[in-house]
Design a binder for this molecule. Structure first.
Ligand code: SF4
Ligand code: SF4
Length: 386
């Protein structure tokens, strides 16, 4: 209940900024309502589907991030998502969170969960924590890091024991789509909602394949399966609107739910890269942008054009598109997530059998060559935390 009260308090704090946003929206002006802060590319993992840590872009200093936060908070920023890489590898993450709280932000963080137990003071100041959970250990650890599934589950358990609002995010790969029911069962036990999104290109290029290895029929099958589970009362996070759009028509699942040219990114939400480039979203960093350290963060946002890439199926970003488009079902669904334990169903049906998605190729559960090479990284990188 304390989590709910905190969430309500956070919503009340934001009444004035919300009114400012409504005015900007009504008058067709840009407004940096929600901002993703990609604070680092560094990460203690090397997941199969992500090459972000190899980008190793320059990082803004603590003072530069605080300057960016102040400028955007003054301009009406209400919600911040802290992302990486792994945001918890930044030594100053607590300083940034304290400053965001001082500025009245609603703060979410995406994390792989590994460092959560040693960063609990910081975690307690967040409004929403998203921990990646790709399935049982043989799927999760193979795609992410050996031993990481059990650590992700214990991180969630620890956070929930302290009353934090937690969700899981599952990257749907060809193998992972077969285990969505496993994720839902763990989510139900832990009292969290589970979100799912198709695997995107490892380089974060929205023009490249989305949902690699999954057929259109496979996308439809998993989307319809999640819709069914949601109707049954399982803690399926994505809205029905999103899942229906993903399912497509006539078994032709959809890989991009909005194209970049009809996306609200660059008008009402944006991202800042580790080195301070102001971009429409974390996937469009290759497009023309301006650096906030050079021209100011608000000015860089004002100058940012509509992105031109093909589009994506990233859940939080597409949810924003639906919300800003006034989709009431998505708005209520998002409020349910924000309020956390208010919406946990009291009675649930028995655990479902394992779902079977025939389109997904059967693969072994051994560690691949790439994941074997990644194994020593966690402990060596953790000791290098700056
Ligand atoms: S945890 Fe995995 S997916 Fe997340 S940034 Fe690190 S390597 Fe990428
Ligand atoms: S559709 Fe929007 S969120 Fe997705 S890649 Fe394009 S600009 Fe980014």
């Amino acid at each position: 209940m304390s989590g709910v009260l905190a969430s309500i308090g956070s919503l009340r704090r934001q009444a004035l900024p919300a009114a400012r946003f409504a005015w900007a929206r009504a008058t067709g002006k840009k407004h940096p309502l929600m901002v993703t802060l990609s604070v680092t590319d560094r990460c203690n993992f090397r997941c199969e589907y992500c090459n972000l840590p190899d980008m190793d872009r320059d990082e803004m200093t603590t003072a530069e991030w605080i300057g960016a936060i102040d400028e955007l908070a003054d301009a009406g920023m209400m919600r911040v998502s802290l992302m990486g890489g792994e945001p918890l590898v930044r030594k100053d993450i607590g300083v940034l969170i304290d400053h965001l709280r001082k500025r009245g932000m609603n703060i979410a963080m995406n994390t792989n969960g590994w460092l959560v137990p040693r960063k609990m003071d910081e975690m307690m100041k967040l409004d929403l924590i998203c921990v990646t959970l790709d399935g049982p250990p043989e799927v999760h650890d193979k795609q992410r890091h050996k031993g990481s599934q059990v650590r992700a589950l214990s991180a969630i358990e620890l956070l929930r024991s302290r009353g934090k609002n937690v969700v899981t995010m599952t990257v749907l790969t060809a193998e992972g789509i077969k285990t969505v029911d496993y994720v839902l069962e763990r989510a139900r036990e832990l009292g969290v909602r589970s979100f799912f999104q198709l695997v995107h290109d490892a380089e974060g290029d929205p023009d490249k394949e989305i949902g690699a290895g999954i057929s259109e029929a496979g996308i439809t099958a998993v989307a319809e399966h999640l819709l069914k589970r949601k109707d049954e009362g399982w803690p399926v996070g994505p809205s029905r609107t999103y899942l229906r759009a993903l399912a497509g028509k006539n078994g032709q699942g959809v890989r991009r739910l909005h194209s970049c040219d009809d996306c609200y990114a660059s008008r009402y939400f944006m991202a800042i890269t580790p080195q301070g480039d102001v971009v429409a979203c974390p996937l469009t960093f290759r497009e023309k942008s301006f650096n906030g350290r050079e021209v100011g963060f608000l000015q860089a946002f004002e100058k940012l054009g509509q992105p031109q890439a093909s589009g994506c199926a990233c859940y939080p970003l597409q949810e924003m598109n639906y919300i800003l488009g006034g989709a009431s079902e998505v708005i209520f669904n998002a409020l349910g997530t924000a309020l956390g334990d208010l919406v946990t169903p009291a009675a649930l049906p028995p655990a479902p059998p394992d779902s079977a998605f025939d389109e997904a190729p059967e693969t072994g559960h051994g560690f691949t060559e790439k994941s074997q090479r990644r194994l020593p990284l966690v402990d060596s990188r953790v000791s290098e935390i700056r």
